[in-house]
Ligand binder design. Sequence first.
Ligand code: ATP
Ligand code: MG
Length: 494
Amino acid sequence: MPHLLEMEGISKAYPGVQALSGVDFALERGEIHALCGKNGAGKSTLIRVLGGVVAPDGGRILLDGEPVALASPAGAMARGIVVVHQELSLVPGLAVAENLFLGRPQAWLVRRGPILAAARAVLSRLDSAIDPAAPVASLSIAQAQTVEIAKALAREPRILVLDEPTSALAEEDAERLLTILRRLAGDGVGIVYISHRLAEVERVADRVTVLRDGRTVASLETGAVDRRRVVELMLGEELSHDAEFSPRVPSREHVVLRVRGLARRGVVEDVSFDLHEGEILGIAGLVGAGRTELVRLIFGADRPDAGRVELAGRHVARPTPRAMRRMGVGFLPEDRKRQGLVLGLPVRENLSLAALGRISRFGLVQGRRERTLVESLVRDLQVACASPEVPAGTLSGGNQQKIVIGKWLARDPRVLILDEPTRGIDVQAKAQIFRILERLAEAGVAVVFISSELEEVMVVSHRILTMAAGRIVRESVRREASLAEILLSATGAA
Ligand SMILES: Nc1ncnc2c1ncn2[C@@H]1O[C@H](COP(=O)(O)OP(=O)(O)OP(=O)(O)O)[C@@H](O)[C@H]1O
Ligand SMILES: [Mg+2]
């Protein structure tokens, strides 16, 4: 029997970048085939070719052994290829149900009753209690990601492609998705699965193909390999065991941020803690535990019902994001899209806009200082781009996220609050970001680090607060780890 899907010698060049050079990829019926690679390796580009979004420069695609031209997303969809892209594509102004059936016959949209019922049926396949009548704009990122996946399922695909579907999901939601994928595969659907959480890949995939610099470097049966091997193939080098990651434990002398009795009805209950100079404080907990809500209260993005915040011993009477920023507090919110990355502007300007104060004199940007700053950020964060002059929008998903982090580093904060900074970032860049945080801490910056991946919180933080139902339920201290351990922990829970 011919392969369900075969992609042969697919190439795609962008100005200054060969995104894909002669990539081969095959998918069978009932197979879950994972696609792995560092940020910028070409995963999303390959998937855009398959989804009819991007026309390849060369190569061919066969479905059931027949060559096909996938000239548009609609064309791909007509052949049963449904893609959940890395960037969410929902229309914020429309209701969940309307988004689920967008592009279907108009009658659906007019008859609200049936569409709501149909939407509820699709969402229930994901065990989701999201209200189908709710506007998409009111959803959390995790919920939006769930709706996006439901929308794909509603189309009854023959080939389902998921580009980092779980990057914003809590572990139990991700687990549920994996179960559903197994079931779909059991029904004969072919599934392409992209994720930086290699633990997931290891569990769910029948086969792993690794891309590096736009080429296929290996295709492995997952039974036969472990995560370490996948990471090595991604990086193109062996993981060394010896490099130690043993950060200096900060003295707890200077309290930089003091939080007392902070509360907001229904989300945060009576939270108190101190953050010290040079300390990395991790906040662990499940999605919905109140972590994001807590840091939003601290930063003044939401109003508390009770409690107080002190910065360097001074009571902040009315925290607002502007005032907090002026006092040296940086806040990277979990939602990258609303983060103000100007996609049409060069990487250089995106990074330097944030640091205008540091690189300008008498209102003039000093070219040399700007260049030095941008070059060092691009190097430290390992941003893969042809040059700092390319528009930020042309970077791969993970590399865009690095720029967002870079913007806050450029501001030289005294307190840095990071909410899920490593989403969509490859394991090597993650390890690099952890080192940067370490270095900042050594220079006295106090860091609050939130991540849904517990392993990650454990290796980065000096101290960890665990939240549940809006309260701090546990405080613990870090353990030492080797660099290889950190790299592996960045791939997900064991
Ligand atoms: N529209 C575009 N214009 C110019 N360059 C692009 C464009 N889209 C992608 N590229 C480049 O092609 C390369 C591959 O990007 P791609 O998005 O496929 O990576 P990826 O493997 O999906 O990475 P990530 O894990 O970060 O999502 C990158 O160097 C990227 O900058
Ligand atoms: Mg991508």
